[in-house]
Write a protein that binds this ligand. Structure first.
Ligand SMILES: NC(=O)c1ccc[n+]([C@@H]2O[C@H](COP(=O)([O-])OP(=O)(O)OC[C@H]3O[C@@H](n4cnc5c(N)ncnc54)[C@H](OP(=O)(O)O)[C@@H]3O)[C@@H](O)[C@H]2O)c1
Length: 206
């Protein structure tokens, strides 16, 4: 699969022309976390081995799920190490915005030379990292990767989730959501359906 095809798959699925660009909170100095992700109807973001090829048919549908509009609202991305490793398997680096990879096992020295200036490795916990990024002027951060999203949710650092449900059951895989200390009510904002069968909902947290 070409890079272009893979990236279209990644971006389009992780991604609606009428996507409601979230209101920028210009009065607050804190960084807010935002999720934009695709999952199977049974709640998996990848197969057990990390495979996301099941998304490709939906990316190929040509439907605009709003990824570009979403990306225009964020200052940068934070991703878990496993998601970063998946992105490294693409033909080229797909992000124009700065990326912070959270990892306790990788260091800056492990980065490919061409990623210098584009990617930072951080071993900070979610809250101190958000505070550090706030001091750098980040207002909105895209948080990506199942386990990373779960840990940000558990620390109340996610403001909203745009979840695109892919009409497939995988039976097993890497889950989007995980254990919680208590039920977490979500405010449903909007749901859009696509001819391909994708269903995209936006929920606010907190
Ligand atoms: N369907 C979609 O739209 C979509 C979107 C994104 C990703 N994906 C897929 O999701 C898979 C990766 O998700 P994942 O849940 O396995 O992993 P992940 O969240 O991407 O990465 C988890 C890793 O991040 C590091 N980490 C550092 N601080 C952390 C913290 N506070 N909480 C959690 N992790 C922290 C740890 O790595 P160290 O061991 O190095 O410390 C941990 O093992 C990939 O297959 C990717 O393709 C799918």
């Amino acid at each position: 699969m070409t890079f272009a095809a893979k990236f279209r798959m990644w971006s389009s699925i992780n991604s609606h022309a009428t996507f409601m660009v979230a209101t920028l909170n210009t009065s607050s100095k804190r960084t807010t976390g935002h999720v934009f992700i695709a999952a199977s109807v049974d709640g998996y973001i990848a197969r057990p081995d990390g495979d996301i090829d099941w998304l490709s048919k939906y990316a190929a549908s040509g439907e605009d799920t709003g990824y570009d509009a979403f990306m225009n609202t964020v200052d940068g991305l934070m991703m878990g190490r496993a998601t970063f490793e998946k992105v490294l398997s693409f033909d080229s680096w797909p992000f124009k915005k700065p990326v912070v990879v959270l990892s306790r096992t990788l260091s800056q020295a492990d980065l490919r030379a061409d990623l210098g200036g584009k990617v930072r490795i951080s071993s900070l916990a979610p809250l101190p990292l958000m505070q550090a990024l706030a001091s750098e002027g980040w207002r909105r951060a895209y948080v990506d990767g199942g386990r990373l999203i779960q840990s940000f949710i558990n620390e109340n650092l996610i403001s909203d989730i745009v979840l695109t449900r892919i009409p497939v059951l995988l039976g097993d895989g890497i889950p989007l959501f995980g254990p919680l200390a208590a039920d977490l009510p979500l405010r449903h904002v909007e749901t859009t359906t696509f001819a391909s069968g994708m269903v995209q909902s936006r929920y606010e947290l907190g």
